[in-house]
Design a protein around this ligand. Structure first.
Ligand SMILES: Cc1cc2nc3c(=O)[nH]c(=O)nc-3n(C[C@H](O)[C@H](O)[C@H](O)COP(=O)(O)OP(=O)(O)OC[C@H]3O[C@@H](n4cnc5c(N)ncnc54)[C@H](O)[C@@H]3O)c2cc1C
Length: 380
């Protein structure tokens, strides 16, 4: 059976996304039930649903803020993995201070013409569609003048250039928008609602990061939909599957890493023992994230701490963890994860921003003194 056929079967059975509504590929079950289904699926070794921005971030946003037209237009291709999506938020001068974004969209009849520059776009090279934040009212308050578009990445006005990270992979991209177009009915949640929707999406992203507790380090690519599902799964399990990982679920890498650090578990070195215990505690607490019992910023912060802890422990567990190939652990994937670990403290909002959110929104501490321009830092 091809990947395409398997993903359609999973989606239409309702068991791919059991937490989605019955009318929309789901079974109306809870998030907790969904995690149980995922666990059962993993235990029998069955191939999972797509795991790109479309499934993890866009689908929940469409169900919360989208209308019937948008759901009918996009949910099927998202659920069945036919189109990969990316997220066009960050700009060269707007990362933590996302409300400072400069990309503009000007109305032209029933279309919008978009100009600007986005950066760090994960998977942009392989994506068919994107969600994009753009300024639709330059005179409005900087949070109020932003709208949330769906755009076609394969149109002439969109140019994608790869950026190489220190693992040697080209997972990010710089995306230039020159008179790119979007339809008026491809705005999610209405004109000027972009900030509210983006903040909800970032919460979903932090939840997903925390649940995956993934050290990253895979090349993100569209999977070959016509390939036999068993072959794609075997390639993925071997590591370094040429068709990429956007469908991967679970925490392959930290299981590998935990088995690696079992080798040093009997160490009498108090620093190592302390570090191993801390990693195990962090992972146990992160399992609460899977049950949505942690604030997304707390989960995200713990995940980035765990990634760094595992990186350091893996490195001291043996020289093979430091090889890129040959005798390397897990075909060199550990090394890539380890090199990518610092990125987990930046993606989806940096650790410092998560601490600000926890301080101000969870603990109700006084706000950080504002600096000019006034920052409101990816808060959600
Ligand atoms: C692996 C990875 C994947 C990514 N994928 C995407 C993607 O798909 N789409 C997308 O749009 N973006 C993506 N990003 C970009 C990411 O969201 C931004 O890099 C991040 O929000 C930080 O913005 P910046 O890089 O501009 O850093 P800056 O905002 O310039 O921050 C620089 C430093 O200043 C600190 N800082 C800034 N403001 C404050 C404050 N108010 N209080 C305390 N400290 C502060 C930050 O913590 C950081 O240490 C990705 C990044 C990474 C690493």
């Amino acid at each position: 059976m091809s990947v395409a056929a398997w993903w359609r079967l999973l989606a239409e059975s309702g068991w791919g996304y059991p937490h989605w509504p019955v009318s929309r590929f789901g079974k109306g079950l809870t998030h907790q039930d969904h995690m149980e289904v995922e666990r059962a699926r993993t235990n029998v070794g069955a191939f999972g649903v797509p795991n790109d921005v479309g499934v993890t971030l866009v689908a929940p946003i469409l169900m919360q803020y989208g209308n019937e037209l948008l759901l009918d237009r996009y949910l099927d291709t998202i659920a069945t993995g036919q189109e990969m999506w990316c997220q066009l938020f960050s700009e060269p001068d707007a990362g933590s201070d996302l409300a400072g974004l400069m990309t503009v969209a000007d109305r032209d009849g029933d279309r919008w013409i978009i100009n600007g520059s986005k950066v760090w776009t994960t998977g942009g090279h392989a994506s068919r569609r994107a969600v994009l934040m753009a300024r639709t009212d330059p005179k409005a308050d900087r949070h109020a003048g932003i709208s949330f578009f769906i755009i076609d990445m394969k149109q002439p006005g969109v140019s994608v250039s790869p950026l190489k990270d220190m693992t040697g992979d080209e997972e990010f991209n710089q995306v230039s928008l020159t008179n790119a177009e979007a339809n008026s009915d491809d705005i999610i949640g209405g004109l000027g609602e972009g900030w509210r929707i983006a903040m909800t999406m970032l919460q979903h992203e932090r939840d997903a990061d925390a649940v995956g507790h993934d050290g990253g380090g895979d090349v993100i690519n569209q999977v070959d939909l016509d390939a036999p599902v068993g072959k794609v799964q075997r390639d993925q399990e071997k590591g370094g599957a040429p068709s990429g990982f956007f469908y991967a679920t679970g925490s392959v890498k930290d299981d590998v890493t935990f088995s690696l650090i079992e080798r040093i578990a009997s160490s009498q070195n108090p620093v190592l023992r302390d570090s191993i215990t801390r990693a195990k505690i962090q992972r146990t607490i992160l399992d609460l994230s899977a049950r949505r019992e942690l604030h997304p910023s707390v989960g995200k912060l713990l995940n980035s701490a765990l990634c760094r802890e595992l990186r350091d422990l893996g490195f001291v567990a043996g020289p093979a963890s430091q090889f890129a190939d040959g005798d390397a652990i897990d075909g060199g994937r550990f090394l890539k994860s380890a090199l990518f670990a610092s990125g987990m403290s930046i993606a989806g909002g940096t650790d410092e921003i998560q601490r600000n959110i926890i301080g101000e929104r969870v603990l109700n501490l006084p706000r950080e003194p504002a600096v000019e321009p006034k920052t409101d830092s990816r808060e959600g």
